[in-house]
Write a protein that binds this ligand. Structure first.
Ligand SMILES: Nc1ncnc2c1ncn2[C@@H]1O[C@H](COP(=O)(O)OP(=O)(O)OP(=O)(O)O)[C@@H](O)[C@H]1O
Ligand SMILES: [Mg+2]
Length: 451
């Protein structure tokens, strides 16, 4: 609001006497102004938005006291959302995962399915078990093994199309693993060596990563000749790839992705969680495992009859550190709408997306694209140094911006299609028990000595 003093040609009439010091007899000379309620909401933020009552119950709209519901597919069908993806940001311990879990569990009751392609803290397993879902725990020494090179379930695409889809997926996966492990982009000759190795394993019944490592070490003579190179030269081109992929065969990630799958994805399961908590805090191992796991899931996700599905990337800020993984996410997001998939990306702050790379870098471009592809943004409490970036990226009003550092746990600002709702997420008592991540903090024995 404009707070400039109102100009007057009778200043002496202001503060006419000491007893009436604060009274002005000068009429307020402000031109009449007319604007839409959408514009006025910026100046007068307490105009309540229209209720959002489509979808599953989330909690209470703190401005109206009414219920707030959400379902990206219903809102997309109603023309309110331009895409079904959601970004959820908030500082540690504010209830982001609790919200994601409520959204998942309540959406399952509404007939949706939920996939969590990587759970680094292992906190989704109890939720999946509570709804009769499947938990696949991956880690050194654990029995579950997934073959990320699996072709996936049959589809209606003709055989030639299907073969080229599977081939492209395998190449993307193997390049991503190699780039993450080598921490650099592949050279053109390395792409050539990988391409030849994938061609060589294509006619195996169930190709695996060890077969690719063998094919890289012993290239096919005819394929090498067709590419005007020699088998020895091609083997030399692929040497770094062999070392990178060997990590999954004999290195710290052995036994997880190096053979036929021990489990198969049940497309009818309400929830599937890939528990990666056994991998510990090694970010690089997590990125490689997540790349393989999401590739294995992708084969199942790109199934036409899968119905509406949530893919939840909790702790996504950890995944955003790997460019190769972000490239895979970007490719998968492009397919999302065609397959009825809504992605939920959970980060601490919007600057997590800036931190992936310098302005103009490929990583930053992908991160910006992922943010732009989330037409719903839910912002939980933010640190004061984040307010400017957050408000600028989301187009928040001054009042909304000032609310962010004071939001209590479980309360967030939901923004979509120019509307914003301040929503208090309500947890059912059973949800509270299943989603509790604070138990260790509360129940830790007090080791301070008694005075
Ligand atoms: N709406 C709510 N009402 C009551 N308790 C809540 C609510 N939301 C979260 N909690 C509780 O707060 C604790 C922390 O929540 P949660 O783990 O979801 O936070 P987070 O933002 O995901 O934290 P982190 O950044 O560490 O992953 C949990 O024990 C949870 O039960
Ligand atoms: Mg969390």
């Amino acid at each position: 609001m404009n707070r400039q003093p109102v100009p007057t040609d009778r200043p002496s009439q202001l503060y006419a006497s000491s007893t009436r010091r604060w009274r002005s007899w000068v009429p307020l000379r402000v031109d009449a102004h007319r604007a839409s309620s959408a514009t006025l909401a910026g100046a007068y933020p307490f105009l309540a938005p229209e209720p959002c009552d489509l979808g599953v119950y989330i909690g209470m709209d703190a401005l109206t006291g009414g219920p707030f519901c959400f379902d990206p597919w219903a809102l997309y069908a109603a023309g309110t959302l331009t895409n079904p993806n959601v970004l959820l940001a908030g500082v540690i311990g504010q209830g982001k995962s609790a919200l994601a879990k409520s959204l998942a569990v309540r959406s399952i009751a509404a007939g949706r399915r939920v996939y969590v392609p990587g759970d680094p803290k292992g906190e989704w397993a109890p939720v999946a078990r509570a709804v009769g879902g499947k938990v696949l725990a991956l880690g050194p020494g654990l029995v579950t093994r997934l073959n990320p090179l699996e072709p996936g379930p049959a589809s209606s695409a003709d055989e030639a199309d299907r073969r080229s889809i599977v081939r492209a997926r395998r190449l993307r996966l193997l390049s991503a693993i190699s780039e993450t492990t080598l921490r650099r982009d592949l050279r053109p000759v390395e792409h050539g060596a990988l391409d030849a190795a994938v061609t060589l394993i294509e006619h195996h019944d169930n190709p695996t990563i060890p077969a690719v490592v063998d094919a890289l070490g012993e290239p096919d003579h005819n394929a090498a000749a067709a590419d005007r190179t020699s088998p020895a030269e091609r083997a030399a081109d692929g040497r770094d790839l062999v070392h990178a992929l060997r990590r999954l065969v004999r290195g710290d990630l052995a036994g997880m992705f190096d053979g036929p799958s021990t489990d198969h994805l049940d497309p009818a399961a309400p929830m599937v969680v890939l528990d990666l908590s056994a991998l510990g805090s090694d970010e690089n191992a997590l990125a490689v495992a997540m790349t393989c796991a999401s590739s294995w899931l992708e084969a199942a996700l790109t199934h036409e009859a899968g119905g509406y599905r949530w893919i939840i990337y909790d702790e996504a800020w950890r995944l955003l550190r790997s460019v190769a993984l972000m490239r895979r996410m970007q490719a998968q997001w492009k397919l999302s709408r065609a397959y009825g998939i809504a992605n939920l990306l959970v980060v601490h702050r919007l600057s997590d997306l800036d931190a992936v790379g310098a302005v103009g870098s490929e990583a930053r471009g992908i991160a910006d694209g992922l943010l732009a592809d989330c037409s719903t943004r839910v912002i939980y409490r933010q640190e004061s140094d984040q307010l400017g970036t957050t408000a600028a990226s989301l187009g928040l009003t001054r009042t909304e911006r000032d609310l962010l550092p004071a939001l209590p746990r479980g309360t967030g600002l939901w923004t979509f299609s120019g509307r914003s709702h301040l929503v208090r997420h309500r947890l059912h008592v059973d949800e509270l028990a299943a989603f509790d991540t604070d138990a260790a903090m509360r129940e830790m024995p007090d080791t301070r000595g008694t005075p």
